[in-house]
Design a protein around this ligand. Structure first.
Ligand code: KG4
Ligand code: ZN
Length: 340
Protein backbone atom coordinates (compact mmCIF):
# COMPACT_ATOMS: atom_id res chain seq x y z
CA UNK A 1 0.00 0.00 0.00
CA UNK A 2 1.57 3.33 -0.95
CA UNK A 3 -1.63 5.39 -0.79
CA UNK A 4 -2.06 7.30 2.43
CA UNK A 5 -4.90 6.10 4.67
CA UNK A 6 -5.78 8.00 7.86
CA UNK A 7 -5.75 4.73 9.78
CA UNK A 8 -2.24 3.76 8.64
CA UNK A 9 0.56 2.64 10.95
CA UNK A 10 4.06 4.11 10.58
CA UNK A 11 7.29 2.69 11.96
CA UNK A 12 10.00 5.38 12.33
CA UNK A 13 13.71 5.30 13.08
CA UNK A 14 15.80 8.15 14.49
CA UNK A 15 19.59 7.86 14.57
CA UNK A 16 20.93 11.34 13.79
CA UNK A 17 23.12 11.71 16.87
CA UNK A 18 23.43 9.71 20.10
CA UNK A 19 19.93 8.31 20.64
CA UNK A 20 18.85 5.09 18.90
CA UNK A 21 15.09 5.43 18.77
CA UNK A 22 12.16 3.65 17.09
CA UNK A 23 8.49 4.60 17.26
CA UNK A 24 5.14 3.32 16.07
CA UNK A 25 2.46 5.87 15.18
CA UNK A 26 -1.15 5.03 14.39
CA UNK A 27 -3.17 8.13 15.32
CA UNK A 28 -6.59 6.67 14.51
CA UNK A 29 -5.88 4.01 17.12
CA UNK A 30 -4.41 6.65 19.46
CA UNK A 31 -1.13 4.83 19.32
CA UNK A 32 2.22 6.55 19.71
CA UNK A 33 4.86 4.43 21.39
CA UNK A 34 8.59 4.67 21.26
CA UNK A 35 11.67 2.89 22.49
CA UNK A 36 14.90 4.85 22.88
CA UNK A 37 18.37 3.66 23.74
CA UNK A 38 20.58 6.53 24.82
CA UNK A 39 24.33 6.42 24.24
CA UNK A 40 25.05 9.04 26.93
CA UNK A 41 27.14 6.65 29.06
CA UNK A 42 29.23 5.70 26.00
CA UNK A 43 30.14 9.30 25.17
CA UNK A 44 30.30 10.78 28.71
CA UNK A 45 33.92 9.66 29.19
CA UNK A 46 34.94 11.71 26.12
CA UNK A 47 32.94 14.81 27.14
CA UNK A 48 30.90 14.81 23.90
CA UNK A 49 29.60 12.61 21.08
CA UNK A 50 32.26 10.57 19.20
CA UNK A 51 30.65 10.08 15.74
CA UNK A 52 32.35 6.75 14.92
CA UNK A 53 31.38 5.20 18.26
CA UNK A 54 27.85 6.56 17.87
CA UNK A 55 27.48 4.89 14.45
CA UNK A 56 28.71 1.53 15.75
CA UNK A 57 26.41 1.69 18.73
CA UNK A 58 23.38 2.45 16.48
CA UNK A 59 24.29 -0.61 14.40
CA UNK A 60 24.46 -2.79 17.52
CA UNK A 61 21.21 -1.58 19.08
CA UNK A 62 18.85 -0.66 16.26
CA UNK A 63 17.45 -4.13 15.67
CA UNK A 64 16.47 -4.70 19.31
CA UNK A 65 15.17 -1.13 19.72
CA UNK A 66 12.80 -1.69 16.76
CA UNK A 67 11.74 -5.08 18.18
CA UNK A 68 10.97 -3.50 21.57
CA UNK A 69 8.98 -0.67 19.97
CA UNK A 70 6.89 -3.20 18.04
CA UNK A 71 6.28 -5.32 21.10
CA UNK A 72 5.26 -2.26 23.14
CA UNK A 73 2.75 -1.46 20.42
CA UNK A 74 1.67 -5.14 20.44
CA UNK A 75 2.25 -5.25 16.69
CA UNK A 76 4.30 -7.20 14.18
CA UNK A 77 5.84 -5.80 11.01
CA UNK A 78 2.87 -7.21 9.04
CA UNK A 79 0.73 -4.42 10.47
CA UNK A 80 3.12 -1.59 9.47
CA UNK A 81 2.18 0.47 6.37
CA UNK A 82 5.26 2.68 5.90
CA UNK A 83 8.82 3.10 7.17
CA UNK A 84 10.08 6.57 8.12
CA UNK A 85 13.63 7.61 9.01
CA UNK A 86 15.67 10.71 9.77
CA UNK A 87 17.38 11.81 6.55
CA UNK A 88 19.22 14.74 8.21
CA UNK A 89 20.61 16.99 9.48
CA UNK A 90 22.93 15.05 11.76
CA UNK A 91 26.12 12.99 11.89
CA UNK A 92 26.74 11.18 8.61
CA UNK A 93 27.71 7.77 10.07
CA UNK A 94 24.78 7.55 12.51
CA UNK A 95 22.35 8.79 9.83
CA UNK A 96 23.58 6.15 7.37
CA UNK A 97 22.93 3.32 9.84
CA UNK A 98 19.29 4.38 10.34
CA UNK A 99 18.76 5.10 6.63
CA UNK A 100 20.18 1.72 5.51
CA UNK A 101 18.07 -0.13 8.04
CA UNK A 102 14.90 1.71 7.00
CA UNK A 103 15.70 1.26 3.31
CA UNK A 104 16.26 -2.49 3.70
CA UNK A 105 13.03 -2.86 5.69
CA UNK A 106 11.00 -0.93 3.14
CA UNK A 107 12.49 -2.97 0.27
CA UNK A 108 11.96 -6.33 1.97
CA UNK A 109 8.38 -5.52 2.93
CA UNK A 110 7.55 -3.48 -0.19
CA UNK A 111 6.50 -0.52 1.94
CA UNK A 112 6.82 3.20 1.18
CA UNK A 113 9.96 4.86 2.54
CA UNK A 114 9.40 8.29 4.12
CA UNK A 115 12.54 10.44 4.73
CA UNK A 116 12.12 13.09 7.43
CA UNK A 117 13.85 16.39 8.22
CA UNK A 118 14.93 16.16 11.87
CA UNK A 119 14.45 19.87 12.65
CA UNK A 120 11.04 20.00 11.02
CA UNK A 121 10.04 17.00 13.14
CA UNK A 122 11.19 18.80 16.32
CA UNK A 123 8.94 21.80 15.61
CA UNK A 124 5.88 19.87 14.35
CA UNK A 125 5.55 17.33 17.20
CA UNK A 126 3.47 19.76 19.35
CA UNK A 127 0.76 19.47 16.64
CA UNK A 128 0.23 15.92 17.87
CA UNK A 129 -0.75 16.84 21.43
CA UNK A 130 -2.47 20.20 20.86
CA UNK A 131 -5.48 20.07 18.59
CA UNK A 132 -5.88 23.87 18.74
CA UNK A 133 -2.36 24.46 17.37
CA UNK A 134 -1.99 24.95 13.61
CA UNK A 135 0.27 26.74 11.12
CA UNK A 136 1.39 29.52 10.95
CA UNK A 137 3.51 29.80 14.09
CA UNK A 138 6.89 31.06 15.30
CA UNK A 139 9.19 28.27 16.43
CA UNK A 140 12.12 28.65 18.78
CA UNK A 141 14.18 25.53 18.15
CA UNK A 142 16.78 25.00 20.85
CA UNK A 143 18.91 21.87 20.96
CA UNK A 144 22.50 20.70 21.37
CA UNK A 145 23.30 21.38 17.72
CA UNK A 146 20.84 24.10 16.70
CA UNK A 147 19.42 27.38 17.93
CA UNK A 148 17.01 28.84 15.41
CA UNK A 149 14.02 31.14 15.20
CA UNK A 150 11.77 29.93 12.42
CA UNK A 151 8.61 31.33 10.92
CA UNK A 152 6.62 28.20 10.08
CA UNK A 153 4.06 29.35 7.49
CA UNK A 154 2.80 25.89 6.63
CA UNK A 155 4.04 22.29 6.47
CA UNK A 156 7.27 22.47 4.42
CA UNK A 157 7.25 26.29 4.23
CA UNK A 158 9.76 27.75 6.63
CA UNK A 159 11.56 31.08 6.88
CA UNK A 160 14.70 31.21 8.99
CA UNK A 161 14.43 34.40 11.04
CA UNK A 162 17.63 34.00 13.03
CA UNK A 163 20.12 31.41 14.19
CA UNK A 164 23.22 31.10 16.30
CA UNK A 165 26.42 32.61 14.97
CA UNK A 166 28.52 30.09 16.91
CA UNK A 167 27.50 27.68 19.71
CA UNK A 168 23.97 26.33 20.18
CA UNK A 169 22.04 27.00 23.42
CA UNK A 170 22.30 23.34 24.49
CA UNK A 171 26.03 23.44 23.78
CA UNK A 172 26.35 26.50 26.06
CA UNK A 173 24.54 24.61 28.84
CA UNK A 174 26.80 21.58 28.26
CA UNK A 175 30.09 23.48 28.09
CA UNK A 176 29.41 25.71 31.12
CA UNK A 177 28.14 22.65 33.04
CA UNK A 178 31.36 20.83 32.21
CA UNK A 179 33.33 23.70 33.80
CA UNK A 180 31.27 23.06 36.95
CA UNK A 181 32.32 19.40 36.85
CA UNK A 182 29.00 18.04 35.50
CA UNK A 183 29.17 15.06 33.10
CA UNK A 184 28.05 15.28 29.45
CA UNK A 185 25.37 16.26 28.56
CA UNK A 186 25.43 18.74 31.43
CA UNK A 187 22.25 20.68 30.50
CA UNK A 188 19.64 18.79 32.57
CA UNK A 189 21.84 18.61 35.72
CA UNK A 190 22.95 22.24 35.39
CA UNK A 191 19.27 23.21 35.15
CA UNK A 192 18.40 21.14 38.25
CA UNK A 193 21.25 22.78 40.22
CA UNK A 194 20.17 26.23 39.02
CA UNK A 195 16.55 25.61 40.06
CA UNK A 196 17.70 24.45 43.50
CA UNK A 197 19.52 27.74 44.17
CA UNK A 198 17.58 29.88 46.63
CA UNK A 199 20.17 32.59 47.31
CA UNK A 200 19.46 36.24 46.58
CA UNK A 201 22.65 37.26 44.77
CA UNK A 202 24.14 35.95 41.55
CA UNK A 203 27.51 36.34 39.86
CA UNK A 204 27.10 38.75 36.95
CA UNK A 205 27.59 37.53 33.38
CA UNK A 206 27.54 39.72 30.25
CA UNK A 207 24.39 39.47 28.11
CA UNK A 208 25.26 38.09 24.64
CA UNK A 209 24.75 40.60 21.75
CA UNK A 210 23.21 42.96 24.32
CA UNK A 211 22.79 46.12 22.24
CA UNK A 212 22.12 44.47 18.87
CA UNK A 213 18.54 44.36 17.62
CA UNK A 214 19.15 41.07 15.86
CA UNK A 215 17.31 37.77 15.70
CA UNK A 216 20.63 35.92 15.75
CA UNK A 217 22.19 34.38 18.85
CA UNK A 218 25.74 34.01 20.10
CA UNK A 219 26.87 31.86 23.00
CA UNK A 220 30.61 31.33 22.56
CA UNK A 221 31.55 34.59 24.33
CA UNK A 222 29.39 33.54 27.26
CA UNK A 223 31.45 30.39 27.64
CA UNK A 224 34.67 32.42 27.88
CA UNK A 225 33.10 34.94 30.27
CA UNK A 226 31.80 32.09 32.42
CA UNK A 227 35.24 30.50 32.63
CA UNK A 228 36.81 33.83 33.71
CA UNK A 229 34.06 34.46 36.26
CA UNK A 230 34.54 31.00 37.76
CA UNK A 231 38.27 31.68 38.15
CA UNK A 232 37.75 35.02 39.85
CA UNK A 233 34.54 34.55 41.88
CA UNK A 234 34.40 30.89 42.95
CA UNK A 235 35.33 31.83 46.51
CA UNK A 236 32.31 34.14 46.76
CA UNK A 237 29.52 32.04 45.22
CA UNK A 238 28.35 28.42 45.32
CA UNK A 239 28.34 26.26 42.15
CA UNK A 240 24.53 26.39 42.19
CA UNK A 241 24.71 30.20 42.03
CA UNK A 242 26.95 29.94 38.96
CA UNK A 243 24.53 27.43 37.39
CA UNK A 244 21.65 29.81 38.09
CA UNK A 245 23.53 32.77 36.58
CA UNK A 246 24.36 30.99 33.34
CA UNK A 247 20.87 29.50 32.97
CA UNK A 248 19.37 32.97 33.47
CA UNK A 249 21.70 34.51 30.88
CA UNK A 250 20.93 31.83 28.26
CA UNK A 251 17.18 32.01 28.89
CA UNK A 252 17.19 35.84 28.75
CA UNK A 253 19.11 35.77 25.43
CA UNK A 254 16.61 33.29 23.93
CA UNK A 255 13.50 35.08 25.15
CA UNK A 256 14.73 38.56 24.14
CA UNK A 257 15.14 37.35 20.54
CA UNK A 258 11.82 35.54 20.63
CA UNK A 259 10.16 38.80 21.74
CA UNK A 260 11.77 40.63 18.79
CA UNK A 261 10.50 37.96 16.41
CA UNK A 262 7.01 38.40 17.89
CA UNK A 263 7.26 42.15 17.13
CA UNK A 264 7.86 41.30 13.48
CA UNK A 265 5.33 38.50 13.11
CA UNK A 266 2.16 39.33 14.89
CA UNK A 267 -0.87 37.25 15.84
CA UNK A 268 0.66 33.81 15.55
CA UNK A 269 1.31 31.33 18.36
CA UNK A 270 4.73 30.33 19.68
CA UNK A 271 6.22 26.83 19.66
CA UNK A 272 9.36 25.97 21.62
CA UNK A 273 11.06 22.68 20.68
CA UNK A 274 14.32 20.70 20.94
CA UNK A 275 16.23 19.35 23.94
CA UNK A 276 16.50 22.72 25.71
CA UNK A 277 12.68 23.08 25.52
CA UNK A 278 12.70 20.69 28.51
CA UNK A 279 14.22 23.50 30.60
CA UNK A 280 11.68 24.74 33.14
CA UNK A 281 13.16 28.25 33.49
CA UNK A 282 12.84 28.67 29.70
CA UNK A 283 9.26 27.35 29.79
CA UNK A 284 8.33 29.84 32.53
CA UNK A 285 9.97 32.77 30.72
CA UNK A 286 8.25 31.95 27.39
CA UNK A 287 4.94 31.50 29.20
CA UNK A 288 5.35 34.96 30.76
CA UNK A 289 6.22 36.50 27.40
CA UNK A 290 3.23 34.85 25.73
CA UNK A 291 0.90 36.08 28.48
CA UNK A 292 2.28 39.62 28.13
CA UNK A 293 1.76 39.53 24.35
CA UNK A 294 -1.58 37.75 24.49
CA UNK A 295 -0.26 34.80 22.46
CA UNK A 296 -0.60 31.10 22.94
CA UNK A 297 2.56 29.08 23.45
CA UNK A 298 3.13 25.35 23.11
CA UNK A 299 5.86 23.01 24.33
CA UNK A 300 6.27 19.33 23.45
CA UNK A 301 5.82 16.71 26.14
CA UNK A 302 9.20 16.29 27.90
CA UNK A 303 9.65 12.85 26.25
CA UNK A 304 9.50 14.52 22.83
CA UNK A 305 11.95 17.39 23.52
CA UNK A 306 15.27 15.54 23.19
CA UNK A 307 15.86 13.38 20.11
CA UNK A 308 13.16 10.75 19.64
CA UNK A 309 11.56 8.68 16.88
CA UNK A 310 8.00 9.64 17.88
CA UNK A 311 8.47 13.07 16.29
CA UNK A 312 9.87 11.40 13.14
CA UNK A 313 6.84 9.08 12.86
CA UNK A 314 4.42 11.94 13.47
CA UNK A 315 6.11 14.22 10.89
CA UNK A 316 6.18 11.38 8.33
CA UNK A 317 2.42 10.94 8.80
CA UNK A 318 1.76 14.68 8.24
CA UNK A 319 3.90 14.70 5.09
CA UNK A 320 2.52 11.47 3.64
CA UNK A 321 -1.00 12.79 4.17
CA UNK A 322 -0.22 16.15 2.53
CA UNK A 323 2.37 15.35 -0.17
CA UNK A 324 2.17 11.58 -0.80
CA UNK A 325 5.22 9.34 -1.03
CA UNK A 326 8.27 11.39 -2.05
CA UNK A 327 10.49 10.34 -4.94
CA UNK A 328 13.46 8.33 -3.73
CA UNK A 329 16.18 10.91 -2.96
CA UNK A 330 19.57 10.73 -4.74
CA UNK A 331 21.24 10.74 -1.37
CA UNK A 332 19.70 8.64 1.37
CA UNK A 333 21.07 11.01 4.00
CA UNK A 334 21.75 14.74 4.10
CA UNK A 335 23.99 15.60 7.09
CA UNK A 336 23.81 19.35 6.36
CA UNK A 337 20.27 20.32 5.55
CA UNK A 338 18.96 23.80 6.40
CA UNK A 339 15.24 23.96 7.18
CA UNK A 340 14.68 26.75 4.65
O1 KG4 B 1 17.41 17.92 20.75
P1 KG4 B 1 18.52 17.22 21.46
O2 KG4 B 1 18.24 15.90 22.11
O3 KG4 B 1 19.73 16.92 20.52
C1 KG4 B 1 20.09 17.67 19.42
O4 KG4 B 1 19.42 17.54 18.35
O5 KG4 B 1 21.08 18.43 19.61
O6 KG4 B 1 19.11 18.26 22.53
C2 KG4 B 1 20.12 17.90 23.45
C3 KG4 B 1 20.55 19.14 24.22
C4 KG4 B 1 21.78 18.93 25.08
O7 KG4 B 1 22.68 20.00 24.87
C5 KG4 B 1 21.21 18.94 26.50
O8 KG4 B 1 22.13 19.37 27.48
C6 KG4 B 1 20.07 19.91 26.36
O9 KG4 B 1 19.50 19.58 25.10
N1 KG4 B 1 19.07 19.77 27.43
C7 KG4 B 1 18.83 20.74 28.36
C8 KG4 B 1 17.82 20.22 29.22
N2 KG4 B 1 17.48 18.98 28.77
C9 KG4 B 1 18.26 18.72 27.67
N3 KG4 B 1 19.36 21.95 28.53
C10 KG4 B 1 18.90 22.70 29.55
N4 KG4 B 1 17.94 22.29 30.41
C11 KG4 B 1 17.37 21.07 30.28
N5 KG4 B 1 16.43 20.67 31.13
ZN1 ZN C 1 17.43 17.07 17.74
Amino acid sequence: MSQFRPNCTILAIESSCDETSAAIYAPERRLLVQETYTQIALHAQYGGVVPELAARSHLEKLYSVVEHALSRAELTLDRVDAIAYTRGPGLVGPLLIGASYADALSYARQLPLLPVHHLEAHITIPLHAFSDLDFPFIALLVSGGHTELIYARDLGQYELLGSTLDDAAGEAFDKCGKMLGIDYPAGPQLAANADAYTGKTLPVLPTPLKHRKTLDFSFSGLKTAFSRLLDSQRVHFSDDAFACAVQKTIVDALVTRLALACDQITDVPIVVAGGVAANSALRRAVDDLATRLGRRCYFPDIAYCTDNAAMIAHNAYLRWQRFGVPLRPDHMVQPRWPIS
